[in-house]
Structure formats: C-alpha cells, structure tokens
Design a binder for this molecule. Sequence first.
Ligand code: ZN
Length: 287
Amino acid sequence: MEMITDDPATESAGFYWREHDGVRALICAPLEADGFTNAFSTRLGGVSPFPQDALNLAGFNEDEADNIYENRRRFLKLFEGDWTLAGCWQIHRADVRVVHDPQEAKPQPGVLGDDQYCDALVSSTPKILLAVKTADCVPILIGDPLTRAFAAVHAGWRGTSASIVRRAIEQMESEYGAHAANMRAAIGPAANVCCYEVGSEVIDVFKEFPQAEQLFKPTRDGHARIDLHLANRNQLLDAGFSADRIHVAPLCTMDRTDLFFSYRREKQLHGRVGRLMSVIGRRASQS
Ligand SMILES: [Zn+2]
C-alpha cells in the first residue's frame, strides 16, 4: 500500500492518494483519523474497456459483470479487513436507506446490481462499506465520531435541490442520536463550477435557495455554470456542521478525465461511461 502525498492542493484540503497494484483512490485523512475507512475511487487500475484498464465499479447494463466484480475486488484491496459493499439503485431523489447488518447490505440472490431505490445510505454497523456511484454527480461521505454512525450520499443537481444531504443527516440524528455539530464530511470529486454548465430548468429550481446567486457563474443567455460543491457545503453548514469539519476535494471530474469518469465528457464520445464509487465504513475497533 502506497501513500502518495505529492499533491499540495489536495493535501491542504485534507486528502491524500492511496495506491495498491495500480488501483488509486482519494482518502479524506481527518475522516480516517476519526475512525472511518473511506475512499473516492478513480478510473485507474481496473480491467474494463473504458477505453482500457478502467476501474469501472458499477453499471451492469454497460459492462461485463465479471469486469465489475474484478474491479470491485481490486478496489476493496485498498482497505484492511473484510467488507460488504452496500449500495442502492440511484434515482436522483432524496430517499435514505438504513443498513442495519451485512445481510441486509447484499442485493437479493440472483440480482446483479443493487435492487433498492435510494440515493443515500446510513449505518453504524462495522464491516459494512456504504457505497454511492457517480460520474460527475457529487459524492458526500459523512461520519460522526461520537455515535460512529456514517453515511454515503449521491447528490446530482436533482438530489442537491431536494437537499438529500440534509435528509441523510436527519436520518443519522433520528436513527442513532447523532448531532450535525459533531459530524465530519468529505465532499468528493465532481463536475465543478469551472465546467458544469446548466440551463434555465436547473437555474430556476435553485433560485429559491438562500445565497442562490453565489451558486452560479452566468455564461450564455439562459445558461450558467453551477457550483454543486458549494451548494452541498452550504447545506451542511445550515444543518449545523462547523466549517472546519467539511473537506472539499479540489478536483473536477470533467477536467480530470485522466483520473475520473465523466458522464458529460464521455457519454457522447464513447456511448458509455464507467462509474466511480465512494465508500465509507467504520473500523471495528478504535485504539
Ligand atoms: Zn472543471
């Protein structure tokens, strides 16, 4: 296992790169120090033809199941111990799923992908890695060191407009008695305000949000680039997070297609896009 710390911007934001046998992922160091195994995957070190050697971790309609399982096996080798992945069939809404035990984490027998519809997961059970899949959308990982509850959230513009990260926090509070003020969050690589242009149908939805004007950089008529990192950071602050416990990865999936899959950059070009995975779980014992 190699720890790469030659990237000052990423490091000062609270992240470092971990690499094993060519598989690379981004780790939030303070979240790890709080007792939470976590990672944001990259496209490096896999077996999928996207276009080659790509670590595609989901999307059974666009890749061979054997490729996805081999890529997941390689990805999980980045972490010590045995983990069960718990995901969901993501539908850009704001439903939150609670995962109580490893059995519940698994899809029904014979099902290739995930079979429960939701866009955020929460748990406090050891050996479960909650996983959300993205290719430009915003992945958010949350851990509460006091109750040891944790969450993984998929927030595209629709999920962000439905305040999905707040729904996940509320579920951690009601299910585990956690408090937002004690939690820590890592916001992962996503399509950022440097690249992600949207039209009036998206701009209109966010107009009602507090500080909405900060979220947009106007481009051509009826269009603007949107800052979903900031929108989600604002929602964490509104929920009661302290600013120093929110870590935002300074990486844009649309700029860095050498590292990440980007739906907007690759779908038209290649007809299909790989999926990144962002995972969080709690370590069984804390010494
Ligand atoms: Zn960009």
